[in-house]
Each structure stands twice: as C-alpha cells, then as structure tokens.
Design a protein around this ligand. Structure first.
Ligand code: ADP
Ligand code: MG
Ligand code: ZN
Length: 322
C-alpha cells in the first residue's frame, strides 16, 4: 500500500459576506430561515431582467487575492456555465471561466512541524444557486413534494482552486483550515461550515512513483475538517484497492456519507465543453483599476501568518503560542 503516492487538489467555495446579492439589491442573508423572502425578478430570472455586478463582492475577492500573494487581473469577464437544475432559475450559472479575478497565489501551511507552500491557481467569482427542500415539505394538495427556496440564488461565491500540490489528508485539512482562518479573519466569509458558507471539494488520485498523475475522483461539498480527513483517507484506500485488483479508476464526482464513512459515485464527471461556457452578454467585461487594487492593499489588516511571525520574532513566543 505504501508504495503509492497520493495527489490532492482542493476547490473551496466560500460564500461572500456582503450586504446584498451579486447581481441584484436583494439581501444576502444566509441566516434567513423563511423560504423565498429575499428574492426579486433578477434572482428569479424573469425575462428581460439584467444583472448589475456588486462592487463590494469584487473588493472582497481582491482582498483574498492580495492575502494569498496572488496577481489581480486588470481585465476579466463573466461567463455562463449552462446546466439544468431546479434550483438554478436562469438555466446557467454566472461564473468566470477563462479570466478569473485572482490567479497565481499561495498559502503556507504547517503539517506535523513541516512547512509547505500550496499553490493557488485561481480564485474566481461566481453566484450560488438556490436550495431544493425535500424533507417534510407538504405541497399544494397536502401531498409530500419538493420545494425550491431561492433566498441563496445569486449570492456571491468565491471559488479558490489549488494546484495538485497536496500529498495527504492531513495536508488537505490543514490547507482548508488555513484558508478558513484567513477568510474569516478578513471578514469576507462568515465561515459557517455547517450551513455551507465554506465548503470543500477534494480531488484525489493515486499513482506509483515515477508514473504519470493518476485519474482523479472529486469528493464534493465536504463541510468539516474531520470529514475532509475521513473522506480523503477512505478514497485513497479505495483507489489503491481498485488498482491492486486490476481495475482502472474512472474520473467521477463522488459524495461522502459521514454516517458510513464511505464515498460513492454521484455521476461521471462532465467535461468543460459539456457546460458550453461563453461570455455573458448581459455583463460588460470587468476592468479593475490598479489604483483600486492599491487602495484595497492599504486597507488590509495584518494577516494571521504575519502576526504569528511577529509574535515569535518580537516577543519570543513559540509557534504554538504565537
Ligand atoms: P474541474 O474544474 O473540472 O474540477 P480543474 O482542472 O480545475 O477541473 O481541477 C480541479 C482540481 O483538481 C484542482 O484543484 C486540481 O489541482 C485538481 N487536480 C487536477 N488533476 C488532478 C489529479 N490527477 N489528481 C488530483 N487532483 C487533481
Ligand atoms: Mg471541480
Ligand atoms: Zn434579487
């Protein structure tokens, strides 16, 4: 077993903590329990409505980018990712495909005393979908049915993607923890993992030393650091067993069941071309002025890593205490 190398890349979705949604003036309130309270023509996708980008959300993306030492694009645009799902009223998600706002950053993590740099390929701004309610929802005739709550539809979501730099479940959880600390520190995300404000997709593959990268399977929507470790470890062992038994790994999107500790396939993985990405004609390209980036840089608080280093250097604290 031990002669396999594990390769992991993370995609983290962080809901941005803004007053209003990404394209309309509706309140962005993840704590609202009553369904369909914070909705309007725009986030319900009525014909003829047009999105207007939320400047505060873009500022928060710039803050995260600067905090991870990334480049901020001066020219970006928004793309449509087309798919059908009941909680997606437009029939497409507005996202950024070719030109993310943030690219080429990093986050340093310490696992078992060893420091390591995880490369962040990109962080792009997109919108969250609504929610399907399946449990105990009684429909119009009193029959059991499903409901759609669009309160969350059109709320700003930041997707932060790493290189496949990570080598173990412990490193994956540590990276997620470090990123979580950072976005909560910056006040850009409320960090409530239980409620899905910060959720992680973990891409896992295994290979023999010297071999090319293995085929990955993507574990979706892990919402605790413990689940990241459990799901990743289960998946690594599962993949090794498959290969040892002479079966090839198929690229797939999989779900983790915390009750059984197992992962299972949800669907075979779509390729990018299945989504028919194209630039959203309703939104102009986004030009970010260097002066604005500089302004945001000046307004940044001291970051957790820098503060810990300062405590160690100036006050002689050990790493744990710092
Ligand atoms: P998609 O958007 O289709 O999920 P990406 O190319 O953006 O695909 O990759 C998603 C994540 O998968 C990234 O974090 C990347 O580092 C990781 N990844 C890519 N190839 C592998 C691999 N062979 N094994 C493990 N992780 C991988
Ligand atoms: Mg993915
Ligand atoms: Zn709205």
């Amino acid at each position: 077993m031990s002669d396999y190398i594990t390769t992991i890349g993370l995609e983290v979705h962080a809901e941005l903590h803004t007053a209003s949604k990404m394209w309309c003036g509706c309140k962005n309130d993840p704590t609202e329990k009553r369904p369909n309270v914070n909705i309007c023509e725009v986030c319900m996708a009525h014909p003829g409505t047009l999105p207007v980008a939320n400047k505060e959300a873009i500022k928060k993306v710039i803050q995260v980018g600067l905090a991870v030492g990334a480049d901020i694009a001066d020219f970006t645009e928004f793309d449509r990712k087309n798919y059908f799902y009941p909680d997606l009223p437009k029939g497409y998600q507005i996202t950024q495909f070719t030109l993310p706002i943030v690219h080429d950053g990093y986050l340093d993590i310490v696992t078992e005393g060893v420091q390591k740099r995880v490369t962040i390929v990109r962080a792009h701004l997109e919108e969250d979908a609504g929610k399907s309610l399946h449990d105990d929802f009684s429909g119009f005739n009193g029959e059991k049915s499903s409901g759609i709550d669009l309160n969350r539809a059109g709320t700003p979501l930041l997707e932060i993607v790493t290189e496949p730099d990570i080598r173990s479940s412990a490193e994956a959880a540590e990276y997620a923890r470090a990123l979580h600390t950072l976005v909560v520190w910056l006040g850009i995300c409320d960090g409530n993992m239980q409620e899905g404000s910060f959720r992680c997709d973990v891409n896992v593959s295994v290979r023999k030393p010297g071999a090319a990268l293995g085929t990955r399977r993507e574990i979706k929507n892990l919402n605790s650091f413990k689940h990241i470790v459990q799901a990743t470890d289960y998946e690594i062992n599962w993949q090794i067993d498959e290969i040892e038994d002479g079966r090839a790994i198929q690229q797939a999107t999989i779900l983790f069941n915390p009750d059984t500790g197992e992962t299972r396939a949800m669907r075979t993985k779509e390729d990018a071309h299945d989504y028919r990405y194209f630039p959203d004609p309703d939104l102009p390209p986004l030009v970010i002025a260097p002066e604005w980036i500089e302004q945001v840089r000046q307004s940044m608080p001291e970051l957790p890593g820098a503060m810990a280093q300062r405590f160690q250097a100036a006050d002689g604290l050990g790493p744990e205490d710092a």
